[in-house]
Ligand binder design. Sequence first.
Ligand code: ACO
Length: 335
Amino acid sequence: MFNSKITGLGKYVPEHVVTNDDLSKMMDTNDAWIQERTGIKERRWIKSGSEDTSAVMGAKASRIAIKRAGLTKDDIDFIVFATLSPDYFFPGCGVQIQDMLDMPHVGALDVRNQCSGFIYALSVADQFIKTGMYKNVLVIGAEYHSNGLDKTTRGRNVSVIFGDGAGAAVLSREESNTQGVLSTHLHSQGKYADKLIVKTPSISHWVPNIIASGKEDLSYFPYMDGQFVFKNAVLRFSEVITACLTKNGLNKEAIDMLIPHQANLRIAQYIQKKFELKDDQVFNNIEKYGNTTAASVIIALTEAWEQGKIKTGDHVVLAAFGSGFTWASALIKWV
Ligand code: ACO
């Protein structure tokens, strides 16, 4: 059995910055409300007419990650792509990356686990490397939220939170099993699926029928029971971080860097307090990008690494909670 380690990281966010003041021109909201409740100051939204999509942004982040790993596209054995906003209903974005990066016949898998998506994808890649089946796996998280949001006052509780962007990691074989990805922890609770959901398009609810009916149908847009989600998020974040520490015989003092899914700064601050972490032990960038769902953990990890905040030997904890519900964590001893 091998371990896996991250050998390359990359991110891409659209250039177009949308501030809270910009949103207040589209709907009845304001900068003070958004900052106080979520910590978000601005987010990136793909501008209409841009070539960017989840797959295109994922490809841009991937090229950076592969280069930084000191590899070429021909060294990549497999692709795992996490998103809740794929370019197509099917096929998934993974095969688009295979084509865009010109990786002949490399297998590609899509992961549908919302905010927990990147950690699920990392865990899948880790298993392939552990068994020796693959040496280098490209793991991507990318989201194109902005086109699917209800940007009127009716949808303000959801639409102010989400941003577009992508991140990618190359996961490679590590001969030592005392470093690299030490463990991953994945969970779900489908009975709460309807608390954070986009209902259509779906096989049981085809768009042409909706349009033909002439009725305004809100099931196109994300729905969220915000307070219910918040309460579950703080509980599950705590549990899943504790699980990865316990599994590896460590306690909270061992955490050098926590990269939480960027759902809401208040959630991250609660977790920071609970685990008694200092400001420089938790990385947040939600104020710049909003919630980029499956892209958030990998964009934050890439930025933390780019800023020199992660060193060899550090224990890095990744943790996420989101729609499904799903939640997940990973403990990495940085190589
Ligand atoms: N601007 C101004 N006012 C608003 C806005 C807005 N954008 N949105 C809602 N309001 C108003 C409401 O109408 C309500 O007014 P009322 O009291 O007169 O009825 C009031 O503000 C409070 O609204 P709530 O929806 O109850 O706001 P809450 O305090 O719950 O904050 C928030 C909303 C920030 C979304 C919070 O619930 C939250 O962060 N939830 C968790 C999000 C999360 O973790 N998601 C998981 C990951 S995402 C994924 O997996 C896809």
